[in-house]
Design a binder for this molecule. Structure first.
Ligand SMILES: Nc1ncnc2c1ncn2[C@@H]1O[C@H](COP(=O)(O)OP(=O)(O)O)[C@@H](O)[C@H]1O
Ligand SMILES: O=c1ccn([C@@H]2O[C@H](COP(=O)(O)OP(=O)(O)O)[C@@H](O)[C@H]2O)c(=O)[nH]1
Length: 236
């Protein structure tokens, strides 16, 4: 039995590179889609926000002298490309997927319209929210929090490169240990960087829990959806 009826899954753009230098690693995305299909078969409604860090990150563009807002719009367009690739892979796997964009590019994808998204979810379609929040200076983590709250998801599942929230960045501090649960206030107070503060604050205020888990661990998504002990639960 799944523990949730409706989830918002945030997929790291950067993690989708797999071992490649950029772009989307085929094996990684195919495996992720298999896991998404498994979860939909359990009867869970799935909405997805995908990042763009594998193609472009606004801060990176900004740091080389590009106008930050322009760089961020490039980052948002990168998430559209990832969303199209993900939806295509899902369709090939027999799922019905719909991409909705936060910025108007109607020849490419339909615009985000909340009631339409809710309708798709009720129909069992997987909805991919592209172009983040549609605003520069935000991240796709914040888009996941925003859309998750809007569609009444019971939880935001952040599938990322690390298998949870640690006492410090585990990629920099080998002595860091993983929390099994942590409150939003503690995560923000300790300035733990696994999610940005805007996303954390929005989830906290909306009482929307977040589960951080590894995108690389086979079976982790299903385990999380079934309420198993996996990753880190960030709670109010
Ligand atoms: N306290 C922490 N616990 C876990 N990860 C952390 C922590 N502090 C920093 N990180 C870093 O946060 C990264 C995940 O966040 P981010 O780069 O935004 O991923 P995503 O591409 O999924 O949005 C991890 O790869 C890890 O290096
Ligand atoms: O609401 C949003 C979401 C994303 N971005 C831009 O898109 C890039 C890619 O998203 P993100 O870094 O969140 O992707 P991920 O970390 O998952 O790879 C960001 O760096 C920002 O430049 C943005 O400007 N507004």
């Amino acid at each position: 039995m799944p523990a949730y009826k409706r989830i918002l899954l945030k997929l790291s753009g950067e993690a989708l590179m797999g071992d490649d230098a950029f772009g989307i690693n085929r094996a990684t995305i195919v495996r992720m889609v298999e896991e998404i299909a498994e979860v939909t078969r359990l009867g869970v409604q799935v909405a997805i926000v995908i990042g763009g860090g594998n193609i472009f990150r606004g801060v990176a563009g900004g740091s080389v002298g590009m106008d930050r807002a322009t760089a961020d719009y490039m980052g948002m367009l990168a998430t559209v490309m990832n969303s199209l690739a993900l939806a295509d892979t899902m369709e090939k796997a027999g799922l019905v997927a719909r991409v909705m964009s936060a910025i108007a590019i109607e020849q490419v994808v339909e615009p985000y319209v909340r009631p339409k998204a809710l309708q798709y979810l009720e129909e069992g379609k997987v909805v991919v929210f592209a172009a983040g929040t549609g605003n520069p200076f935000f991240t796709t983590d914040t888009a996941a929090a925003l859309r998750g709250a809007e569609i009444g998801a019971e939880i935001v599942l952040k599938a990322t490169k690390v298998d949870g929230v640690y006492t410090a960045d585990p990629n920099k501090d080998p002595k860091a240990t993983r929390y099994s649960t942590i409150s939003f206030d503690e995560a923000m107070g300790k300035n733990l960087q696994v999610m940005d503060a805007t996303a954390f604050a929005l989830c906290r205020d909306q009482k929307l829990p977040v589960k951080v888990f590894s995108i690389f661990k086979p079976g982790a998504l299903r385990k999380v959806v079934q309420g198993g002990d996996e990753g880190t639960l960030v709670h109010v």
